[in-house]
Design a protein around this ligand. Structure first.
Ligand SMILES: [Zn+2]
Length: 134
């Protein structure tokens, strides 16, 4: 847990440093939450993640996740960059490898999420569709 001093002088660099730690801790918590949600989805939909198994399609899962609020809606505003192998796709849960293009979308809470190009396309289509359904 990170606490800010309430008395005395706190340097700007100390505040920046503590803020970075807080952001890193928040990202870690968000990643853990996504892993847990993924486990719940796999439990509720046994075919999830098994190639060729009967079960909801990735599009249907994205639709459910958008409806439940697990996944935020995206528009066309994203960052695209060369993958470095450190990010996991928020849609298919596979790593985004080196040499692949990763799309980074940011939620209203400034939480970043990464996706493969094809996964992002699906995510954007379902985001627009869910917006129209409201
Ligand atoms: Zn993906």
């Amino acid at each position: 847990m990170i606490t800010f001093r309430t008395h005395g002088i706190v340097s700007v660099s100390e505040i920046v440093s503590q803020s970075r730690l807080t952001c890193a801790a928040s990202r870690s918590l968000a990643a853990e939450a996504r892993r847990r949600i993924g486990r719940v989805l796999r439990h509720l939909t046994p075919g999830f993640g098994i190639s060729g198994a009967a079960g909801p399609s990735l599009r249907e899962i994205v639709r459910m996740r958008l409806a439940s609020g697990d996944l935020f809606r995206v528009d066309g505003n994203v960052w695209a960059a060369q993958g470095d192998g450190r990010q996991t796709c928020a849609i298919c849960s596979d790593p985004i490898g080196k040499g692949e293009v990763e799309y980074e979308a940011v939620s209203e809470d400034q939480e970043p999420a990464f996706a493969h190009i094809a996964c992002f396309k699906l995510w954007r289509e379902e985001s627009y569709a869910s917006h129209r359904r409201q």
